[in-house]
Design a protein around this ligand. Sequence first.
Ligand code: C2E
Ligand code: MG
Ligand code: MG
Ligand code: MG
Length: 280
Amino acid sequence: TSKDSGKNKCSVFDLEANRHQLRRMSLEKDLRKALARSEFMVVYQPKWDSYMNVTVGLEALLRWRHPEHGIISPAEFIPIAEETGLIVPITYWMLHDVCSQNRFWHKEEIASVPVSINMSARMFEDGSLYDVVAEALTCSELEPHFLELEITESIAMHNMKETVAQLSRLRMLGVRVSLDDFGTGFSSLGNLDEIPVNTLKIDQVFIRNSKMHSKKAIISNIIAIATHLNMEVVAEGVETPEQIELLKSLGCRVMQGYYYGRPMPVHELGEWFIANTAAS
Ligand code: C2E
Ligand code: MG
Ligand code: MG
Ligand code: MG
């Protein structure tokens, strides 16, 4: 049997799985100290209005500067942070950092746009998100409409009543909410009108060059749904002029992607704003 044949051999798969497991454990250990050691950094990616040619928002994205491994991508450490619950204090830190930063940009008249932060399901578990958000806004003196929370369909659908109640309170405070990676979760279409969101973010999978033309019908219908529900639309992962032309022809106005700007550290954004706000 396959069980016997694998018994005395250490297969490539075992080695690979083992190495993966070891890295996972070592990263988890380091992640527990990362916040205290100031190893996290926030980078910001612009959301671009392709009609007006101005920045209409920024998305804050987390980077981990590991002392030995260098920059570690969120794809690798966010799942660990979510499993261990470390995502909660990390996101609290980020809320404060991002609000203060955005208040500075606003006060110095460098930029006056909402900045969004990605939320994990964990953030809605103990009911304290509202208080933490309110505190971050008060401490930083940032106006609530300059803060946006990005949630996914699965977060909205999970424990929907309770999540919607928390989102509604945040919306009443003036905080914006967007639905990230839209179109990859299916489940929420029937309840979409019950989730209090300002913006739908069309997932990158629909925008990819190879897929774009075959996905035209889906993209234009997402835009139609959003319009009927009074929501704004952002297309994610825009990399080429062809994608921009097609998206514009479908009525999509706001775009985010490497074509317009990669996620940038704070020190690059001052100059970036100067070069990119002349049109207003
Ligand atoms: P997301 O929220 O959907 O963020 C968009 C991701 O797509 C970012 O990757 C961004 O750098 C990348 N991206 C933007 N434009 C393009 C493009 O034109 N082409 C391609 N190929 N990629 C593009 P990143 O920063 O690696 O983050 C990956 C995911 O990790 C995020 O997806 C989000 O789900 C999660 N994440 C990142 N930061 C945080 C955080 O602070 N908290 C939580 N909970 N999750 C986060
Ligand atoms: Mg996002
Ligand atoms: Mg996304
Ligand atoms: Mg994503």
